[in-house]
Design a protein around this ligand. Structure first.
Ligand code: ADP
Ligand code: MG
Length: 339
């Protein structure tokens, strides 16, 4: 009897994994920006053309890679960020799955340039659909540049299902906002089709929020601060009178990572109980820190959902501290005379 089961070749496995990790240009932007942050960059540039369909490039001044790592980083499950399963519960990096670069290289044309200190020379690699086209020694500054072109060139179904430039650009902007807000002490610049969209110098949290959202943001913000054994909270919530009809500027960061949580959102809304008009949505920028061993980040490839050990306690603390902040700033209840 012969067997019919075969192990998939690496490039096929990578392409399958890519389907999960890379949904659209914005997914590439997220992964590259997070890698730059993990490399301890203090300055990060994002350059895109045609909403990422023609080019996505991230240039950082981080620690760079050695010649061997420059090649290894494109292998699947190749990571410098964890070694043991236990490390999953003491993470202090954005990445750990060692999947992003292998996935991106499987479905796009990638040109990487990298140099680490104290090397004299850096490495330039071109890789297309998991195939290394060239690898050369090059004179480079310290840090890393990834240029990703022709995304989904070998998956026409994906390429054809990309939305309009306006929609894809909006998704990229969302990812840029999330990373830039999570790391105010890192400088970020963002260029689209040759125009500068953002130039954000390293700054305080408040300055970063105002720089990202401009306009009258500063006067809308009420500070929130709390310190307990199981969680610390820092950040700002919007004054109720500035609440909007649609959900927009609502951000949770847990241990410097943007996350989505319907449950914690509910806690925030509960804190506003009685001071918001029906259906109004407040802005919030809330930075939670919890011990790394009390959360599980590895429940989804994009890591925007996480599991907390004691969600109920966090809910109560969050709600109470926001309520307190709103009260301190003399936020009067809304009187709804129409009722
Ligand atoms: P992960 O981030 O989960 O480790 P990636 O596929 O995103 O997986 O990256 C693989 C490895 O390549 C990283 O662990 C890191 O060592 C290296 N790397 C990726 N991007 C950079 C960068 N911008 N600067 C330095 N090293 C990088
Ligand atoms: Mg990564």
């Amino acid at each position: 009897m012969s067997s019919i089961i075969q192990l998939l070749p690496d490039h096929v496995a990578n392409q399958i994994a890519a389907g999960e990790v890379v949904q659209r240009p914005a997914s590439v932007v997220k992964e590259l920006l997070e890698n730059a942050v993990d490399a301890n960059a203090t300055d990060i540039k994002l350059i895109i053309k045609d909403a990422g369909k023609a080019l996505i490039q991230v240039i950082d001044n981080g620690k760079g890679m050695s010649v061997t790592d420059a090649r290894l980083c494109f292998e699947r499950h190749a990571t410098s960020k964890i070694r043991l399963a236990e490390d999953l519960f003491s993470l202090n990096t954005k990445g750990f799955r060692g999947e992003a670069l292998a996935s991106i290289a499987a479905i796009a044309h990638v040109e990487m340039k990298t140099k680490q200190e104290p090397d004299e020379l850096g490495t330039q690699i071109i890789i297309e659909g998991s195939k290394v086209i060239s690898q050369e020694v090059a004179v480079l500054p310290r840090g890393t540049s990834f240029a990703v072109k022709n995304l989904f060139f070998n998956i026409p179904a994906r390429r054809n299902f990309l939305k309009s430039d306006t929609v894809e650009y909006r998704h990229i902007m969302d990812e840029f906002h999330r990373v830039a807000l999570a790391h105010p002490t890192i400088g970020f610049a963002f260029y689209h089709n040759g125009s500068e969209m953002f130039n954000l110098p390293a700054s305080s949290l408040r300055q970063r929020i105002v720089a990202v959202f401009a306009g009258k943001t500063n006067e809308k913000l009420v500070p929130v601060q709390e310190e307990t054994d199981i969680m610390s909270i820092q950040g700002f919530v919007g004054k109720p009178e500035f609440a909007k009809k649609s959900r927009g500027e609502q951000f949770f960061f847990v241990n410097d990572r943007f996350i989505k949580s319907g449950y914690l959102h509910h806690a925030v809304m509960a804190a506003y109980d009685g001071v918001l008009k029906e259906g109004a949505q407040p802005s919030y920028f809330l930075y939670l820190k919890v011990p790394a061993n009390t959360i599980d980040i590895n429940i989804h490839p994009t890591k925007t959902e996480i599991k907390f050990d004691d969600e109920h306690a966090l809910y109560a603390i969050l709600r109470a501290s926001i309520k307190h902040s709103l009260g301190q700033f003399n936020v009067a209840p809304v009187l709804d005379f129409d009722r």
